[in-house]
Structures are given as C-alpha cells and as structure tokens.
Design a protein. Structure first.
Length: 477
C-alpha cells in the first residue's frame, strides 16, 4: 500500500479526485448563491405587491393588513398602519421605523424595528409607502424561511460532497492500481531486457490506449535492437573468421620463410605474398569502417544535386575494359533529360560501382550486364540486370547483410561487404533497393531514387551546373 501511495499514478489520481471535489464545491456554491438570490428576489416582489395592494384602498387598509398577517399564523410576515403623526393604527409593527424610506421599495434597515409583544427585529426586509392623506403603510418579511432553506441546501450539498469525494478517491485508487499493474508487468519485462534477454517484449493491452501505443513502439525498438545485436555478433564472428584465414597463412608463410629462405629473392617473394594477405586484412577493416561511417549519417551534410546518368557513364567507362577482358558486354539504356537526385556523388558512384562489379564478376563469358535509368513519376529508377546465376528468392533479403555470401559467391574472391556497403548508402539517401529475377536468366537489382522536386529551387539551380553525361542509348534487341 505504501508503494502504491508513492506512485505517480496514485498522485495524479488523487489530484484529479481533489480537483473534482473543488469543482463540485464551486458548482454547489454557485447553486447556493443562485437559490438564495432567487428567494430574496421573490420575497421582495411579494413585499412590493402586498404594499401596493394595501395602499390601493385606504379605507380597507386595516382589513387587508390583517389578511396579510393571517391572524398571526404567518409568523414571518409583518405589517403596520400608522397615522400621519406616526401613531399605530393596525398590524404587528408597533412603531413606525423612522429610517425606512417611504418610497415603496424594499430595504434592509440597520436599526431595530419594534414588533408586537415588545420585541425588536433587525433582520426584516421592509418597504413603506405614504398615502396622500399622510397615513403610512409598512410591509415586511422575516428572512427565517430563506435561512432555513439555506441550511437545508448546505446540509444537502455537504452530504452529497462527502460521498462524492470518497468515491472520487476510490476511483483514483482503482485507476492508479490498474496503471500500476501495467507498470509492474512492464518493469518485469524491462528488467529481463536489462539482464540481456532481448527476446523479451513488453505486454500490450487490448485497449490500444496511449500506454499500449507507447508499448508497441518500445517493442518495435526492441525488435530493431535485437536485430542489430545479432548482426553485431554475426559480424564479430565473420570478422574473426575472415581475418583468421589470411593471418594464419601469413604466420605460416613467415615461419616457413624464416626456416627455408636461402636467398634475397626467396625472402622478397615471401614478403610480397605476406603483403597480399595483409592487404586483404586491411581491405576488410577499411570496408567495415567505411560502412560504419556511412551508417552514422555524417555524410548528409555534403548532399547536393547528383546527375545519375553521368555517374552511370563514369562507372561503365571504368568497368568496360574489365568486362571486355572477360567477354562480357555492358549495355546502357538511359532516358535523356533526366532530373538530378539529392545525394553524395562519391557515395552514389561507389554504390553503382559495387553493383556493376558484382554483376561483371558473376556473369559468364558471352553474357551481358544491362544498366538502365528511367523516370517514373517523381522518382528515377536505376536498373541493373545480368545474365549470371541469379540470387535464390530465399537469400535476397540476406545478401545485404554484412559478410553474407550467397551460394554462387562462396568460392569467389571477396569478403561479403560489397552489397552491405550498397545497402548503407541506399539507407543514407532514403532510396529503395529491390532484388528480383532477370529475364530470361540472371539477377535484376532496382534502385528507386526520389528526384529534386520544384520546392528546392536552389538545388535545381546547382543541378543546371552539373556536367551532362554523353551516353549513347544502346538498347539490345
């Protein structure tokens, strides 16, 4: 119970209960004020009407006053009829109040008013009117009925306020307990996650309220964290595996050279071979650092307009000799007058180069690699097709993971980071990448890139200054 009382949920619930009680008090005070005001107004109206009624017939004033008093039955009613000299003639007001104006309006006198039985009253609401013949009529009502009504209203409101406050507090406690149950379940799941169980998820209710939506967001974040941690673990294993092989070879080569080398030429040959293996290790480490730098997002500051057609032309020009040496043809199919995209020119060149390098590597002799670029609405679609073995559907989602190598690539040179680098660059630019089958055989990779929209005129001005690609459209039959 003590722990419940110290929770934020309970404090909020208790505050809401107190606020409800305060609002109820304000409402009750308004009702009390309105009721009292109405009762006083009605009494004043009765006094003024009765005064006018008595004064309407001077010769019947005494009888009408007696009728108003009801023979003493109406204990809250008072009246008096006085001669021009102030002498009492009729009624239960025995002395003419000197301070009471004779204007026919209701007043509350500060001085006492003498009534029958030798008593005085200082709480009467009174009105007086002087006749043309000098006679004075006084009519008054005691506020006792109003005071009794006020006491009943206050008692009723008080009796209603007490249970209402108690029910508000009980409701607050119930709400706090319900919120506390959710928090307890959440705390247990969070504790399990803190202890390393990343498979644990926060419980989600069926109400889909703000708390449930927050829980869903946290679970989504935990899903992502679990994936990232698994990738880190697999990357660590892959790095250890990929570094161990060349380092083991290097160590064995150095030991053999130490024992077997007899001439300077033998030693130089051993060193050259060792440098190759060291270069493999450095290339692996450099690629990992490169991916980390790109995923960090620091390169966004250098974004500007990029002519993808020009970048494709440069990549194709670089890989044409390698493709010709292998007997592979690189074909371009690029629409003219395409708008630029926003990005880092060097990174986009690197991504396209990695895709073309993979395509040329896995395309057999006599095959072709087709590079296309076309406009589709507000986007450019870059397509790369090869006539190689393709990628199995079950492996397409994994080829962009670090160090993953599909079955056809397991026995080829590489470290499994090329497509990971492409995926990091695509993510940095908010592009989309997809893998599908080429027709009739091979693999097709599609890169979808938003163009510079008219809302960024400064980028369009910079784009007009870009060098235009000189590419001949060559669509194979």
């Amino acid at each position: 119970m003590t722990r419940l009382l110290s929770t934020t949920a309970f404090r909020w619930s208790f505050a809401i209960a107190l606020w409800s009680a305060l609002l109820s008090l304000i409402l009750f005070a308004f009702i009390f004020w309105q009721t009292t005001t109405l009762e006083l107004a009605e009494n004043d109206d009765v006094i003024e009407k009765q005064l006018a009624y008595v004064a309407a017939e001077p010769d019947q004033a005494k009888s009408r006053i007696e009728g108003w008093l009801g023979g003493g039955i109406q204990s809250d009613r008072f009246a008096g009829y006085f001669a021009p000299d102030g002498a009492w003639l009729a009624g239960n007001i025995t002395e003419l109040p000197k301070a009471l104006p004779r204007d026919g309006s209701v007043h509350v006198l500060d001085s006492a008013v003498a009534v029958a039985g030798g008593e005085t009253r200082s709480d009467l609401r009174s009105a007086a009117l002087r006749h043309a013949d000098g006679h004075v009529i006084v009519v008054a009502i005691s506020p006792e009925d109003i005071e009794r009504a006020e006491a009943v209203i206050l008692q009723t409101l008080g009796l209603a306020l007490i249970p209402m406050t108690i029910l508000s507090v009980i409701g607050g406690l119930l709400l706090a307990a319900r919120a506390r149950r959710k928090l307890v379940a959440t705390e247990g799941a969070v504790a399990a996650v803190m202890q390393g169980d990343l498979r644990q998820r926060l419980p989600v209710g069926t109400g889909r309220d703000e708390f449930d939506r927050l829980t869903i967001d946290v679970n989504t974040m935990l899903d992502r964290i679990e994936v990232l941690v698994d990738e880190v673990r697999s990357v660590g294993d892959a790095i250890a595996h990929d570094l161990r092989t060349p380092l083991t070879r290097l160590r064995a080569r150095l030991e053999r050279s130490r024992d077997e080398a007899r001439t300077v030429a033998d030693m130089q040959q051993a060193i050259d071979r060792s440098l190759v293996w060291l270069d493999q290790c450095l290339a692996l480490i450099t690629a990992i650092l490169r991916i980390g730098e790109i995923e960090h997002g620091r390169r966004r500051a250098a974004f500007g307009p990029v002519d993808l057609a020009h970048s494709i032309a440069e990549v194709a020009e670089v890989y044409d000799p390698l493709a010709e040496e292998k007997g592979v043809r690189i074909v371009r199919a690029i629409e003219p007058d395409l708008p630029p995209v926003t990005g880092d020119r060097e990174l986009l060149f690197e991504a396209i180069a990695n895709l073309v390098d993979n395509a040329v590597k896995f395309t057999p002799q006599g095959g072709r690699v087709r590079l296309s670029l076309r406009r589709q609405g507000q986007e450019l679609v870059l397509g790369l097709e090869d006539s190689g073995p393709g990628i199995a559907p079950g492996e397409r989602a994994r080829v962009f993971q670090r160090f993953y190598r599909a079955e056809p690539a397991r026995h080829s040179v590489g470290n499994g980071l090329g497509l990971s680098l492409v995926a990091a660059i695509v993510t940095l630019h908010d592009f989309r990448i997809a893998v599908s089958d080429a027709v009739p055989t091979g693999c097709r990779i599609t890169l979808t890139c938003p163009t510079i929209i008219p809302a960024r005129p400064e980028l369009l001005d910079r784009a007009r200054e870009l060098p235009q690609a000189r590419i001949s459209t060559d669509v194979p039959s």
